[in-house]
Design a protein around this ligand. Structure first.
Ligand code: B4P
Length: 190
C-alpha cells in the first residue's frame, strides 16, 4: 500500500496537491479539515464542537480527529492506499496513526512536507477567504493563530517521521504543476 502524509503549514497547498495525487496514484483522500467542515455543514454535535475551535484557528481535540480517521480507514478496506491531508497534526495523532495502520498490516510510506514562508501563507489564505466563506481564512490574526498552532504542535512531527527515515521536504512555492512534479518524483522513488 502507498500511504502518504501530506504535510505543511496552513495554506501550504496540501489540499491542492492531494487532489492531483489521488487521481495519479489511485489513493483515497482523507482530509480531516474537509471531514470536519462536512460535519459542520451537516449540523452534527461533533460539527458544532469543532466549529467553535476551527473558527478561532485552534486545533480540534485529538480524540475527535483520531476517531474520524479510524472509521474512514475501516470504511475503505480495499483501498490502494491513502493520502492523509492535514492529519496527523499532533504527536498523539501521529502515534495513533502508526498504531491504526499497523493493526491493518500496513504503515506510512512517506511524509511529504511542503515548505512555504509565512508571508506567502497569509497572502494565499486571505485570498481564498474572499471566496471560500471560511471564517478561519478571513482574518489575519486568526491565520496567525493557525500558523502558531502549526509551529508549536504540528511542525515537530517532522522529527517523528525523520526518525523513521520517511521525511521528504519539498519547496511549496512556484506553480502548482511544478510542485506536483516534484512530489511525483519523490513518490516514484519510494
Ligand atoms: P485544513 O482544512 O487542513 O486547512 P488548511 O491547512 O488551511 O488547508 P490546506 O493547507 O490544505 O490549504 P491549501 O494549501 O490547499 O484545516 C482547517 C482547520 O481544521 C484547522 O485549523 C483545525 O482547526 C482543524 N483541523 C483539521 N485537521 C485537524 C487535525 N488533524 N487535528 C486538529 N484539528 C484539525 O490551500 C490554500 C490556498 O493556497 C488555496 O486557495 C490554494 O488555491 C492556494 N495555493 C495552493 N498551492 C498554491 C501555489 N503553489 N501557489 C499559489 N497558491 C496556491
Amino acid at each position: 500500500m502507498l500511504n502518504l502524509v501530506l504535510f505543511g503549514p496552513p495554506g501550504a497547498g496540501k489540499g491542492t496537491q492531494s487532489n492531483l495525487l489521488i487521481d495519479k496514484y489511485n489513493l483515497v483522500h482523507l482530509s480531516t479539515g474537509d471531514i470536519l467542515r462536512g460535519e459542520i455543514a451537516a449540523g452534527t454535535a461533533l460539527g458544532l464542537e469543532a466549529k467553535t475551535l476551527m473558527d478561532k484557528g485552534d486545533l480540534v481535540p485529538d480524540k475527535i480527529v483520531i476517531g474520524m480517521i479510524s472509521s474512514k480507514l475501516d470504511n475503505n478496506p480495499t483501498a490502494n492506499g491513502f493520502i492523509f491531508d492535514g492529519f496527523p497534526r499532533t504527536a498523539a495523532q501521529a502515534t495513533a496513526l502508526d498504531t491504526l495502520l499497523s493493526g491493518k498490516g500496513t504503515a506510512i510510506s512517506a511524509m511529504l512536507s511542503l515548505k512555504v514562508e509565512d508571508a506567502e501563507l497569509i497572502k494565499r489564505l486571505l485570498e481564498r477567504g474572499k471566496e471560500s466563506g471560511r471564517a478561519d481564512d478571513k482574518n489575519e490574526s486568526i491565520i496567525a493563530n493557525r500558523i502558531n498552532e502549526y509551529n508549536n504542535k504540528t511542525a515537530p512531527l517532522k522529527e517523528f517521521y525523520a526518525a523513521q527515515n520517511k521525511l521528504s521536504e519539498i519547496e511549496g512555492v512556484g506553480s502548482i504543476t511544478d510542485i506536483a512534479q516534484k512530489l511525483n518524483t519523490v513518490i516514484d522513488s519510494l
